[in-house]
Design a protein around this ligand. Structure first.
Ligand code: BGC
Length: 926
């Protein structure tokens, strides 16, 4: 038996993080037993676990998802802990000894805030020679710098993080980091803190300019070096007037435009720092996960373009920086630019809009490895000028993103789908640089709330996102405090003070998603005021006259059904007031559910009543008395089914099918409808259609992008046209994860992991994969908070399948096998069928496998009974039989009918029974 993933507040060995409590979690595998009988958590002052500070004893109630423990924490202290698990088979195993180290907590800083002449563009370095007086037992650096900082000791970088102190609502709080510098400083050395611009100062967001940052304009730094000597005494060296300021050779930096270094720039005389006021936001311990360099990516090709440029192709669109070994004569200007796509074979970067996204280095003649410090790029292609002998070996891309643990996976027998999964994963990485952003390349890269609202379940299938989203949601709440509960479209807002439905509803939907995935109600406790304040804000705007319906909303952003018919429109065809009202009701409902979990009964009643009342308002305004939805778009009907808004769901489904038939089984949905579309179709008996949408290789669709060479997910269905030409430059990112949320459906319906609010934390899981002959096989893993679930299915032929399921230790599952017969379920020799109820197999931890003949082929069967539209949708049928069947001549209204129906309705068409039977035989081959 192995105890693993032992975490504190959902982090592994966190140092210097904000902690308003301590909650442990752990997982178990490789056990003979099925579940935990009891667990014991011990906390100690030493690594050997001898000076015990807390001992829960064997506790039968210990919840491995979240086990909060009361500890009187001291500042700047490392605590060690270990969990021992006893299984129901009598096994006992310990986790490795883990630790967490507290921040300064409420301790005063010795250091003072320092600044220097901020009109001088050369980026400052604040330094101090540190000479320990005695033998050092441990040394810590507590530090922050604005806009961004990197700390060095004797020229060697401290820690492996980039872009510190990260991005948040600086008007409310400024994060500091803690570094273990024991080894680096024990013998003494020069501590230097280099500053850059970033999110705080300089150009970022819509309302800041080069000399007018949104949060501030001054370089500022504060640090405390705490030396603990072996005799137990302590010395603190804080930032003060005794530090010096010199100037680096970084002449310019910002996140959008890049960085400029002049290695030939003369040394400037050292300046004295000035003690200055603290920034507006409170100095607080970090909540941001470290942003570190994960993948190191080598160029796959050096391209010499028709325009005569030299361009590295990294083979993958991603976000981050690079290292580049150069040696050019003194004074040579090396110019590097990044882009996401080539156009006509040449370098292209116009879709980055005003972001220059470049790096300029003036060589001093020495060989050196250059790397940007205070910027990052979203790129696949790198144009290099000024390097005489360009070599692939000299360039390495570094993928930067927050230290989330990537986990979940899906692999199928369909190459394009597999590439899509990879594209979504890369889209997540590139947009998880401290803040969940819309895109990582153009002059935006902002924490758009709507984008991450729709992507958060996919993200959480792919990685452990709890700590990442906790910080984001906390920041969201700090924004709301200044905006009367309103959730700005972007968090941190950086001056964006507008809001909208679906986007602002992220304040309710994301915490609820986190609760469903992790089963830790702390996220609801932390966010409850944020959630409630958002709904209260809407209520005030709504007033007595449905005011919320009439303010601006993005609605079904970028959907393809704008009535104008223009493909470059950003607004969709679904009434925005309808969407706004539906989400208002839904968010009120989430607040009610959260209140119930937290035991706030009065609130639960109030918000449930508001939810019910608002859904009634929606029905009154947007549905006929018999349940017909007045808005005839895919998204409107998807919402109607999701929230059961129609009195006549059969009619709603029929209308939705009809709409898809009219569009040739092509999606029209945008940011609101798309993420819900496939799950709603599957829930309503249209799983085949959901698969058709996924597997469609033409425009508009996911695989269309894949076929055009995408390595991340595009912002628009038509970001590039059929020829690979970029469709517009106004708003057109090739790395926008919102539509990547299709992967949630893939996890839930292809591999079958149906995470639900009935079983938060997935200690019990409904597993219900669905089959598809075009996929042939699928295999997936879901690293749930309770342990790793795995499923796989493989079709030997359309009627024979092998399904395998693994349920982790401590968990139970109800498995719905796809297309399974009663006879198969009756096979008592297979442990999978030991407890079958209502067609579901109830099982405990373990691995189960079964091969069986399906009740019908897992393949679309074509015949003269099939709606003609479906024949038209199959490229193989069109190419083999299109002419014979006159498929291109059949009028649109008739496509919903089958050939049999047409034959009956139009006897004059003289399709004999014999002809129809022959056609059936021919169609059966596909
Ligand atoms: C962003 C989006 C965002 C949208 C708001 C765009 O500029 O890139 O993804 O959600 O604005 O409608």
């Amino acid at each position: 038996m192995r105890v693993y993933d032992a975490k504190v507040n959902h982090m592994t060995n966190p140092m210097g993080f904000f902690m308003d409590g301590v909650s442990f979690s752990w997982k178990v595998d490789e056990a003979r037993g099925k579940a935990q009988k009891a667990a014991r958590v011990r906390v100690a002052a030493d690594e050997k676990m001898q000076e015990i500070l807390f001992d829960s004893g064997m506790d039968e109630q210990a919840d491995s998802l979240a086990y909060p423990v009361e500890l009187a924490l001291e500042p700047r202290t490392r605590y060690f802990w270990q969990v021992t698990v006893l299984s129901d088979a009598g096994e006992e195993a310990d986790s490795e000894v883990q630790w967490f180290e507290t921040s300064k907590m409420s301790e005063e800083w010795i250091g003072k805030w320092l600044t220097c002449d901020s009109t001088e563009k050369r980026h400052p370095i604040f330094s101090k020679e540190i000479a320990p007086a005695k033998e050092v037992a441990k040394a810590r650096l507590y530090v922050t710098g604005l806009g961004l900082y990197e700390a060095y000791i004797d020229g060697k970088k401290v820690g492996d993080e980039y872009l510190t102190p990260y991005s948040n609502n600086y008007n409310r709080w400024v994060q500091y980091q803690t570094y273990d510098i024991t080894d680096q400083i024990a013998g003494g050395g020069k501590l230097s803190i280099l500053l850059g611009n970033g999110w705080y100062k300089g150009r970022f967001g819509f309302s800041a300019f080069e000399d007018k940052g949104y949060y501030g304009n001054e370089w500022k730094v504060i640090a405390d070096v705490v030396l603990t000597y072996t005799d137990g005494t302590e010395e603190v060296i804080g930032t003060d007037e005794s530090w010096t300021v010199t100037r680096s050779r970084i002449m310019f930096s910002n996140l959008y435009d890049g960085e400029q270094i002049d290695a030939t720039a003369p040394e400037l005389p050292a300046e004295e720092p000035t003690v200055c006021d603290a920034p507006k936001g409170r100095l607080e311990a970090r909540r941001s996960l470290p942003v570190v360099a994960h993948e190191h990516i080598k160029p796959v090709e050096l391209i010499h373009t028709p325009a005569g440029e030299q361009v590295f192709d990294m083979g993958q669109n991603f976000a981050g920086i690079f290292t580049f070994r150069v040696k050019e004569p003194a004074g040579t200007k090396i110019h590097i630019q990044t882009g996401e796509v080539l156009q006509k074979g040449n370098f292209y970067n116009e879709n980055l809009r005003s972001a220059k996204s470049e790096y300029i280095y003036i060589s001093d003649g020495n060989e050196t490895v250059i790397r940007p410090h205070f910027t990052y790029y979203g790129y696949r292609y790198v144009k290099v000028e000024g390097v005489s002998d360009l070599k692939i070996e000299d360039f390495t891309g570094l993928a930067l993103y927050s230290d989330i643990e990537m986990g979940g996976d899906v692999e199928t027998g369909h190459d394009l789908v597999n590439q899509l999964v990879s594209n979504v994963r890369w889209g997540m990485k590139g947009n998880f640089i401290d803040v969940p952003t819309d895109c990582p390349q153009r002059d935006e890269r902002m924490g758009w709330t709507g984008d991450t609202q729709v992507f958060s379940p996919t993200a959480t299938f792919l990685a452990d996102t709890y700590a990442f989203y906790s910080k984001y949601l906390h920041d969201m709440y700090t924004e709301q405090m200044d905006l009367d509960g309103m959730v700005p479209d972007v968090v941190p807002s950086a001056g964006v003070h507008s809001t909208a439905c679906v986007w602002g509803d992220s304040s309710c939907i994301i915490p609820w998603n986190m609760y469903q995935f992790y089963g830790d109600k702390k996220i609801l406790e932390d966010q409850y005021d944020s959630m409630r304040n958002w709904v209260d804000y809407i209520s005030r705007v709504d007033g007595d006259n449905h005011g919320w319906r009439s303010v601006f909303h993005y609605g079904d952003w970028l959907a393809l059904d704008n009535p104008s018919g223009k493909t470059d429109e950003v607004m969709g065809g679904t009434d925005e007031g309808y969407i706004a009202n539906v989400y208002y009701a839904a968010s009120a409902g989430i607040v009610a559910k959260a209140a119930r979990v937290l035991g706030y009964e009065a609130d639960a009643k109030t918000y449930q009543a508001l939810c019910d009342e608002q859904f009634e308002e929606v029905k009154k305004e947007y549905f006929s008395q018999t349940g017909r939805c007045c808005i005839k778009t895919q998204t409107a009907l998807i919402l109607a089914l999701k929230y059961h808004l129609s009195e006549n769901e059969e009619l709603t489904k029929k209308t939705l099918r009809l709409l898809f038939q009219i569009s040739g089984d092509k999606l029209k949905t945008g940011f609101t409808g798309m993420p819900l579309m496939c799950p709603v179709l599957s829930e309503n008996g249209m799983n085949d259609l959901a698969y058709t949408l996924l597997l469609n290789e033409d425009y508009p669709g996911w695989l269309h992008e894949v076929k055009l060479g995408a390595t991340t997910v595009w912002e628009r269905w038509n970001s590039l046209d059929e020829n690979g030409d970029i469709s517009s430059t106004g708003m057109n990112s090739l790395n926008h994860y919102a539509y990547g949320s299709i992967l949630e459906w893939v996890f839930r319906y292809v591999t079958g992991f149906r995470v639900s609010e009935e079983h938060p934390g997935s200690r019990h899981l409904l597993i219900a994969p669905t089959l598809n002959w075009k996929l042939k096989r699928a295999k997936g893993s879901y690293h749930s908070a309770a342990g790793t679930y795995e499923t796989s299915w493989e079709l030997a032929d359309p009627s024979h399948v092998t399904v395998k399921v693994t349920v982790p230790f401590g968990c139970t599952a109800e498995i719905v096998l796809p297309l399974v017969s009663q006879e198969t379920l009756a096979d008592q020799s297979n442990p999978l069928f030991a407890d079958v109820r209502d067609g579901k197999c109830f099982v405990g931890a373990g691995t189960y496998e079964v091969s069986y003949e399906t009740t019908k082929p897992a393949k679309k069967m074509y015949s003269t009974y099939t709606p003609i539209q479906e024949l038209v949708n199959n490229p193989e049928i069109v190419s083999a039989m299109g002419e014979q069947l006159h498929l291109d001549q059949i009028p649109g209204q008739a496509l919903a009918a089958s050939f049999r129906q047409l034959a009956e309705a139009y006897p004059s068409a003289s399709m004999s029974a014999e002809m129809l039977d022959q056609l059936d035989a021919a169609l059966a081959r596909f």
